[in-house]
Design a protein around this ligand. Structure first.
Ligand SMILES: Nc1ncnc2c1ncn2[C@@H]1O[C@H](COP(=O)(O)OP(=O)(O)OP(=O)(O)O)[C@@H](O)[C@H]1O
Length: 800
């Protein structure tokens, strides 16, 4: 069709390109492409297309590719008006092309003839001047021939044949080419390239990588096109039948007006449908999802408003249109600022904050990379949730919490199918909608408390949610379409590790928050909790004050916890007391010292518990590790006339029962050195009880305390009230090492004890114990059970 002769030109003939930047001669990294920005044209794989090359960026890109003998990346501009496009003006998905030849027309403009090879996606921009260059990933076209694909392939072929028949000026031989095509992907791309639709729609087709969705998308457009062609063919026929064109238009207008009149009578519904239609457009759904939504919208159109299904479809469409499909712009993370935010919100926790900053730094450098999933493990009230909130704040993203505690049904995570009455999406999708962004920070609370019921295993669904290979197309049963969770920042919390299923645990990076020492709690109270409670109770700082001694007393005598939640509650109570006094006018300002506490908060709750409990022989203070931090526990032993039985109560597990038996055997074998008549055992029953019977207890680490309690009972010497102990014992009287030393020592310090007895073989764990607890405790390291007796029992038998 050109009336001039094509001629081959070498790259340098194009004239000079602007210098500087990535340099005309610079080599690009291996998977990088020189980019040719084009306007209102989409090149599809397989298609041969002439492209105008006149702008500096285009000229330089083509020169570079030709000189290096490389392919070129063709990307369409978002806005055709932009004269000098920069990377931000381009779509991120385009087609890699082979340069076939370069043609210069007589009027001096250049045309590049190139052939699309395969799709690519831009990973990052690696240059802007003199030409745009991008690091890319090439998208392979898998050779899938499922029945789903096959059916669509045949259908599309049929449609293409029909369209070509209706087209008067279809190129010769095209119909035969189409029929001979054997690849569904090639057919879809060929049809898309030939279709007479706006460039943006073509770009959408290009971006539809999934083959089934692409075949559907192209087939839908083609069907529309065929309709138009049929109509125009019919009009043509009628014109030939000498129907006056004007007359025909008048008739059509008349028909349209009548249809509109009818619609007018039913204005409410059509307004509603229009609203949903607009919401679908606004939601920015991926093509496949939009297709599903539109299908439902068409169903809704046909449904009487009064039918129960109408409401269900309407609710479904509300969910679909309100979900944040579009990815909001992500600001790069400011690491300095993140550090400042973490410090502002939390006292101490240095190691943990450092780890979080590292995590954020990695995410900053590789935003699309697979970041590990952080899991905060620790007792309640140690700041797991508030750390999560700080991370969200530092990343500038919304925060949402999803509680997994008690979830034992897969559908709670993945939603119910819409066939169920009252079905809703699962809590992951609900969390996303609440957050309003699909790159939110989502805290998965109590992941250790997920159960497993008869309705499927929720942890399997969780695995899929957290798997970076799968979560970009997470399928909620209710939605029935994939949702991309890959940009969500997941953070899990748990009280204990043991109950998290192994595969889930492997996906996560565990961060331990073990609880605070008294010194840390004091600082947290002073810097955060008091201020927060002042505000919460409408007080100004000058109106109420709690001094340090009072805070320390609250920590010691009114709370016994690893975290600071109880502490905050008690401070809140004290503040309310102050608020009442100020509101009733009996004081201008209130100062609460240690002396006032009893009046404000009631009598101390924990102070003398140990002294009181251990005031009789037969009670020893043990130390336990629990999921909510360490704690003290009492081992009580008594003797009654009987026949040599050992009675054990207090919900003890097997290991603990055996350890009680071992303690008793050990005491029996030491009877003489304890000054006990060995014959006494046959005439007595020994009862060992570990109170707090509602909590199951297990483990061997109470062995030393059991032995000490029995020795105390039989010798009549009480156990020192300032001493707690832990350790396993062997039948031969050796003290064996145990776990949880740090938590146990912290618990002893928290309970106001002064001395702890621990296995000598745990000495290596001493370094782990927080400074604060170390300073307050005296440690005795036990080799043998006798060492415990010597260190724990009072010298003399208690007075009867
Ligand atoms: N290091 C700290 N500095 C300042 N405040 C803290 C610190 N640790 C905890 N807090 C405060 O203690 C309160 C309880 O913390 P948070 O709710 O985060 O606990 P949690 O570990 O998530 O508990 P749970 O497991 O019960 O949800 C919050 O108000 C939090 O701000």
């Amino acid at each position: 069709m050109n009336n001039h002769r094509d001629r081959l030109v070498r790259a340098p003939d194009l004239g000079p390109a602007a210098g500087g930047g990535n340099g005309g001669d610079a080599k690009l990294p291996q998977d990088a492409l020189a980019i040719l920005p084009v306007r209102e044209t989409v090149l599809f794989p397989g298609a041969v297309l002439p492209l105008a090359v006149n702008r500096q960026v285009s000229v330089a890109a083509v020169q570079h590719a030709m000189r290096e003998g490389q392919q070129i990346g063709v990307l369409m501009q978002r806005d055709p008006q932009v004269q000098e496009p920069s990377p931000g003006d381009l779509h991120r998905m385009g087609t890699v092309a082979n340069i076939l030849r370069l043609v210069t027309t007589p009027d001096g403009t250049h045309q590049l003839v190139c052939q699309g090879v395969q799709r690519f996606r831009v990973l990052d921009w690696v240059g802007e001047r003199p030409f745009i260059a991008a690091g890319v990933v090439r998208i392979e076209e898998p050779d899938t021939r499922t029945p789903e694909v096959e059916a669509r392939f045949l259908n599309l072929k049929r449609q293409a044949a029909e369209a070509l028949q209706l087209l008067p000026q279809a190129p010769e031989g095209l119909a035969a080419t189409v029929q001979a095509l054997d690849s569904p992907a090639a057919l879809a791309d060929l049809a898309a390239a030939l279709l007479d639709v706006p460039p943006d729609e073509k770009q959408e087709m290009l971006e539809t990588v999934d083959l089934v969705a692409r075949l559907d998308r192209v087939s839908r457009s083609l069907a529309g096109r065929i309709e138009v062609l049929r109509l125009s063919a019919e009009i043509g026929r009628q014109t030939r039948a000498s129907l006056d064109q004007r007359q025909r238009e008048a008739i059509l207008r008349e028909q349209m007006a009548s249809i509109q009149r009818q619609l007018g009578e039913d204005g409410g519904k059509s307004a509603e449908l229009k609203e949903i239609d607009e919401a679908i457009v606004k939601a920015g759904m991926p093509a496949e999802v939009e297709q599903a939504a539109r299908k439902e919208l068409r169903r809704l159109e046909r449904m009487p408003e009064a039918s129960p299904e109408h409401g269900m479809v309407r609710t479904y469409l509300d969910w679909m249109t309100e979900l944040p499909w579009r990815l909001p712009e992500e600001k790069p993370i400011d690491i300095q600022e993140a550090r400042r935010i973490l410090d502002e919100d939390h006292f101490g926790l240095e190691k943990i904050k450092r780890r979080i900053v590292e995590y954020l730094a990695v995410r900053k450098l590789a935003p699309e990379g697979k970041a590990p999933i952080l899991c905060f493990v620790g007792p309640p009230g140690v700041g797991k949730t508030s750390l999560g909130q700080s991370i969200a704040r530092a990343m500038g993203r919304p925060f949402t919490r999803v509680s997994l505690g008690g979830v034992h049904d897969e559908a709670e995570i993945r939603g119910h199918r819409r066939t169920y009455i009252g079905a809703l999406p699962g809590n992951i999708i609900q969390g996303i909608r609440k957050a309003g962004a699909r790159n939110c920070v989502m805290m998965l609370d109590e992941i250790d408390k997920m159960g497993r019921g008869i309705q499927g295993d929720p942890s399997a669904a969780m695995l899929e949610v957290l798997d970076p290979e799968q979560n970009n197309s997470f399928r909620d049963n209710y939605l029935g379409v994939p949702f991309d969770l890959s940009r969500v920042v997941f953070i899990a919390t748990a009280n204990m590790l043991d109950t998290i299923p192994g595969p889930l645990r492997d996906r996560m990076e565990i961060i331990d928050l073990s609880g605070y020492t008294e010194g840390e709690k004091l600082q947290i109270a002073r810097r955060y909790l008091v201020r927060r409670q002042l505000e919460a109770n409408g007080l100004k700082p000058e109106q109420a004050e709690i001094d340090d001694d009072a805070l320390r007393a609250i920590i010691r005598s009114y709370t016994r916890e690893a975290g600071v939640r109880g502490l905050e509650r008690e401070i809140g109570r004290a503040m309310r007391h102050a608020a009442v006094r100020i509101a009733e006018g009996s004081a201008e300002s209130v100062r609460i010292g240690e002396g006032e506490l009893a009046a404000v908060l009631g009598p101390p709750r924990f102070e003398d518990e140990v002294a009181m409990r251990t005031s009789v022989p037969g009670v020893a203070t043990g130390l336990a590790w629990t999921p909510v931090g360490g704690d003290i526990l009492f081992i009580e032993a008594t003797r009654t006339p009987g026949s040599g039985r050992l009675i054990l109560t207090g919900q003890l597990g097997d290991v603990m029962r055996e350890s009680a038996q071992a303690a008793l055997s050990l005491v029996k074998s030491r009877a003489e050195s304890l000054g006990v008549d060995p014959g006494m055992f046959e005439k007595s029953d020994i009862h060992i009880h570990v109170p707090a019977g509602a909590t199951p207890k297990d483990g061997p680490s109470a062995g030393v305390a059991m032995f000490t309690a029995l020795a105390s009972l039989l010798t009549g010497r009480t156990v020192r009230s300032d001493t707690a102990m832990t350790g396993e014992i062997s039948l031969r009287g050796l003290v064996l090492p145990v776990g949880g030393i740090k938590e146990k020592a912290t618990a002893a310090a928290r309970a106001g004890l002064k001395r702890v007895l621990m296995p000598a073989r745990n000495r290596k764990d001493y370094e782990e114990i927080p400074e604060d607890a170390r300073a307050r405790l005296e440690f005795t390291w036990l080799e043998r059970a006798e060492d415990a007796m010597a260190a724990a029992l009072e010298e003399r038998p208690a007075a009867a």
